[in-house]
Design a protein around this ligand. Structure first.
Ligand SMILES: Cc1cc2nc3c(=O)[nH]c(=O)nc-3n(C[C@H](O)[C@H](O)[C@H](O)COP(=O)(O)O)c2cc1C
Length: 375
C-alpha cells in the first residue's frame, strides 16, 4: 500500500536545507513511500525500544573544556589490525534497493569516498561482488547463519573470496518481533527486490514442529545458530569474527572467552525485542565487563556527532549508523550517504575540539555528566 503522495526520486545534488545529519531523517519522508518508510523507521512491536534508543542520549550532557592543545588531533582508530580514519561505520542494513534503484552499490561508493567501513548485510539486494567493485577496503560482511550449514559455509566462502576482511555475525535476530507500524502500513517486500546473495539457496525446510509445540520456539531452533556452530566458525575463520547484538555483560564475556575478535553492543535499532533497554544504557557495563582493549563497537539510536561522542565516552571504539544510511541514500544516493557521514564526522570533531580531546582515546566518561537530575 503506497502513500497517495508520490515519493520524490533521488536527487543528484545535496539539498540546501540539510544542515545536519539528522535532517536526512526528516527529508527522507518525501523520498520514501509510506509503507517502506514504516518498515525502515519502525522498531519491533510498539517501537518502545526504538524510541528509547534515541532518548537515552539525552540522559548525558557533554562538559566543555578550555585551553586544549589539539596539535595532531585526529579521529583515527586501530581495530583488528586495520586502520580507520574515523570511527563512523555503515551498519549492515538489508534491501537498500528499497530506497534507491542502485541500492548498496551507491552506499559502497559513499563508503569509498569517505573512508568509511561498510558492513554488507546477508540480505543485501545486490551481490557481494557488485559491492566490492565499488568500495575499497575496509569492507566487512555481516552473516546471518542459514538453516543449512552448507549454505552458511557457501556464504562465508563467497565473502572471503570477494575480499571481505571481517565477518560480523548477527546473533540477535534469528527471530524478530514484527513491527506493528510496518504491518499497519501494509509493508511487503516488493517482488523486484530480494536477497541477491541467497538467490541460489533452496527454500527453507518446513518447520520441524513437535505436536503441541510453539511455532515460535520451533522457528528459533531452526534458525538460531548453536554455540558449537559459532565456536567452529570463530576457530576456522581466517579473518576476525565480530559478534553483533550483544546487550548483556555475561554474553559479552562468553563471546570474548569463545574467541570472538570483538563485539557490537546493539539492540538492532530496536528491531528485535521491544522493551529491551536502550543500547546506550548497557554500554558502560559491557565495557567494564570485557575490559579496556577488547574491541567494542556500538549502534542503535545514533543521529548526531554528539551521540557518537557519548557512545565513545561510555566505552565504544567505533559506531555503526543504521537508519540514517537509508534516509540519506533515499534523498541523494551515494552523494547523500557520503554527505551524511561527513556531517557526523564534523559534528564529532566539534565535540572533540570543545572538550579538549585530541584523539578518540581521550574521550572518556569524565567528559560526560548525567542529566537524569532533570538539569
Ligand atoms: C531497514 C533496516 C534493515 C536492517 N537490516 C539488518 C541486517 O540485515 N543485518 C543486521 O545485522 N542488522 C540490520 N539492521 C540493524 C542495523 O544494523 C543497526 O543495528 C541499527 O539500524 C542501528 O540503529 P539505528 O538505525 O538507530 O542507527 C537493519 C536496520 C534497519 C533499519
Amino acid at each position: 500500500m503506497n502513500d497517495i503522495k508520490k515519493p520524490l526520486p533521488p536527487l543528484d545534488y545535496i539539498p540546501a536545507d540539510i544542515a545536519c545529519a539528522y535532517d536526512y531523517e526528516q527529508l527522507a519522508q518525501a523520498f520514501i513511500p509510506a509503507d517502506i518508510l514504516a518498515y525502515i523507521a519502525g522498531g519491533s512491536g510498539h517501537d518502545i525500544t526504538q524510541r528509547n534508543n534515541q532518548t537515552a542520549f539525552q540522559d548525558w550532557a557533554i562538559v566543555p573544556r578550555l585551553l586544549a592543545d589539539l596539535t595532531n588531533a585526529n579521529t583515527e582508530a586501530q581495530l583488528f589490525g586495520q586502520h580507520f580514519k574515523h570511527p563512523v561505520f555503515l551498519a549492515p542494513v538489508a534491501y537498500q534497493s528499497l530506497v534507491h534503484p542502485q541500492g548498496e552499490r551507491e552506499t559502497a561508493s559513499a563508503a569509498e569516498a569517505t573512508d568509511s567501513c561498510m558492513i554488507t548485510s546477508t540480505l543485501a539486494s545486490v551481490t557481494l561482488e557488485q559491492i566490492v567493485a565499488r568500495a575499497k577496503p575496509p569492507r566487512w560482511f555481516q552473516l546471518y547463519f542459514q538453516s543449512r550449514p552448507e549454505d552458511t559455509h557457501a556464504l562465508i566462502n563467497r565473502a572471503l573470496a570477494a575480499g571481505y576482511e571481517a565477518i560480523v555475525v548477527t546473533l540477535d535476530a534469528a527471530i524478530q518481533a514484527p513491527s506493528i507500524r510496518a504491518i499497519r502500513a501494509g509493508f511487503k517486500l516488493p517482488g523486484n527486490i530480494s536477497a541477491a546473495n541467497l538467490a541460489h539457496q533452496r527454500p527453507d525446510e518446513p518447520l520441524q514442529q513437535r505436536p503441541g509445540d510453539s511455532p515460535i520456539f520451533a522457528r528459533y531452533r531452526q534458525q538460531a545458530p548453536a554455540l558449537q556452530h559459532l565456536a567452529e566458525l570463530i576457530k576456522a575463520s581466517p579473518v576476525p569474527v565480530i559478534i553483533k547484538g550483544v546487550m548483556h555483560p555475561d554474553d559479552a564475556l562468553q563471546l570474548k572467552a569463545l574467541g570472538a575478535a570483538g563485539i557490537i553492543v546493539s539492540n538492532h535499532g530496536g528491531r528485535t525485542l521491544d522493551g529491551a533497554p536502550a543500547s546506550l544504557s548497557v554500554l558502560a557495563a559491557i565495557r567494564c565487563a570485557v575490559g579496556d582493549g577488547f574491541p567494542l563497537l556500538f549502534d542503535s539510536g545514533i543521529r548526531s556527532g554528539s551521540d557518537i561522542f557519548k557512545a565513545i565516552a561510555l566505552g565504544a571504539d567505533a559506531v555503526l549508523i543504521g537508519r540514517l544510511q537509508m534516509y540519506s541514500l533515499s534523498v541523494a544516493g551515494a552523494l547523500g550517504v557520503a554527505h551524511m557521514i561527513k556531517l557526523l564526522r564534523e559534528e564529532l570533531e566539534l565535540c572533540m575540539a570543545m572538550t579538549g580531546c585530541a584523539s578518540l582515546a581521550a574521550i572518556r566518561a569524565t567528559q560526560l555528566q548525567t542529566t537524569l537530575s532533570g538539569h
